[in-house]
Write a protein that binds this ligand. Structure first.
Ligand code: KIV
Ligand code: ZN
Length: 391
């Protein structure tokens, strides 16, 4: 890990990249509620929106900039004066704000979308960064589609952006095309080839088209990137963005021993996930890492027996560490005797009050028919067993 700085900044773009991918946009009140949750979650930078895109977005960014006190509030702008002016005007009410400006750098985008020469694109970027610096010292520049940009041109652009005053330079894998070794290699090359690279924080912004957004972000952190752009539940354009809860828990669970840290208050993760899912009308898949309904559920008898003997046998982090009260032991025909006895204990029945062999036998027959057995089913089995003995 090349960088001596061990603090990884978490830049959340749920309200910008996440929101732009929803079938219906969020209202101002919902956006503020999410922003305040992100502040509580310990996010360092909240990208609140794209102020030039609509009067409503301008107003929400301004309201968030006014209300949020413990995070930097950021707005997105193309490399155009009018976008940057809208950002500056929406954000200037904040205690700390950032203007994030971007332009595409890959041949595909430069030739097909921008229809400009590479020199013209560098000139536009430099002009935009300088203009943004007239509003704030905190300016981020993104090389859109960096993942498919020729490394020589990417190095040239990053060097020019830093020289023009960008304090954070973001390397997006806009279309989620790279693999972890390739993306890590891009960051490695930038650190080796751009002479003024230590004057800025290198950020990454990975999309999930091949399901690699989190892995690519992590590969970049290993090469010295110190800001990760992400969203709650991984929502975002197409297959989404790097998921905040996944990258934060990877860093906490596996990288803290290497000294890397974030400001994320992980016990707020579950609440943040539910809020975003509800307001955005985007259900979370049950087997989603960290926040899916099954993330701390155990179903097989062997696993249930294991976690009852020692939670870390099958859990690499505690449910409490992400704000979930306790794990869930699902009662099915895969469950063993140990979990039935344990669950009956939780329900207040002592082992000498029932015949475990008989209850377990009845439980298995019921589970085979019903699929899942609930607490009230278990209590009914107990009741029938006691009745049998009373007669
Ligand atoms: O995916 C992307 O390239 C973006 C930029 C605007 C940062 O969202
Ligand atoms: Zn994006």
């Amino acid at each position: 890990m090349s960088s001596v700085n061990k603090q990884v900044k978490i830049f959340d773009t749920t309200l910008r990249d996440g929101e732009q991918a929803l079938p219906a946009s969020l209202n101002k009140r919902d956006k503020l509620q999410i922003a305040l949750m992100l502040e509580k979650l310990g996010v360092d930078i909240i990208e609140a929106g794209f102020p030039v895109s609509s009067p409503g977005d301008f107003e929400s960014v301004r309201m968030i900039a006014k209300e949020v006190k413990n995070a930097t509030v950021c707005g997105l702008s193309r490399a155009l004066e009018k976008d940057i002016d809208a950002c500056g005007q929406a954000l200037n009410i904040a205690d700390q704000f950032r203007i994030h400006t971007f332009i595409a750098t890959s041949d595909i985008h430069v030739d097909t979308k921008l229809r400009k020469s590479q020199d013209e694109v560098v000139e536009m970027a430099v002009k935009a960064i300088k203009h943004a610096r007239s509003y704030t010292d905190d300016v981020e520049f993104s090389c859109e589609d960096a993942g498919r940009t020729h490394i020589d041109y990417l190095c040239r652009m990053v060097e020019a952006a830093i020289a023009a005053g960008a304090t954070t330079v973001n390397i997006p894998d806009t279309v989620g095309y790279t693999t972890p070794s390739e993306f890590g290699g891009i960051i490695h090359n930038l650190f080796n080839r751009v002479p003024n690279i230590d004057k800025a924080i290198i950020s990454v912004h990975c999309h999930n088209d091949l399901g690699l957004a989190v892995a690519n972000s992590l590969a970049a952190v290993e090469q010295g990137a110190r800001q990760v752009e992400c969203t709650v539940n991984g929502i975002g354009e197409r297959a989404g963005n790097c998921s905040l809860e996944e990258i934060a828990m990877i860093l906490q669970t596996r990288y803290a021993m290497l000294g890397l840290e974030t400001n994320i208050q992980s016990q707020e993760i579950s609440k943040a996930s539910k809020l975003v899912s509800n307001l955005c009308n985007m259900p979370v898949q049950s087997n989603k890492a960290i926040v899916g309904a099954n993330a701390f559920s155990h179903s097989s008898g062997i696993h249930q027996d294991g976690v009852l003997k020692g939670q870390n046998t099958y859990e690499i982090m505690t449910p409490e560490s992400v704000g979930i009260n306790k794990n869930n032991l699902n009662l099915t025909s895969r469950s063993g005797r140990h979990v039935i006895k344990h669950r009956l204990g939780e329900l207040g029945y002592q082992a000498d009050e029932y015949d475990l062999d008989a209850i377990y036998d009845a439980f298995l027959r019921l589970a085979d028919k019903k699929g899942q057995v609930f607490d009230y089913d278990l209590e009914a089995l107990l009741f029938f067993d006691q009745q049998k003995h009373d007669h």
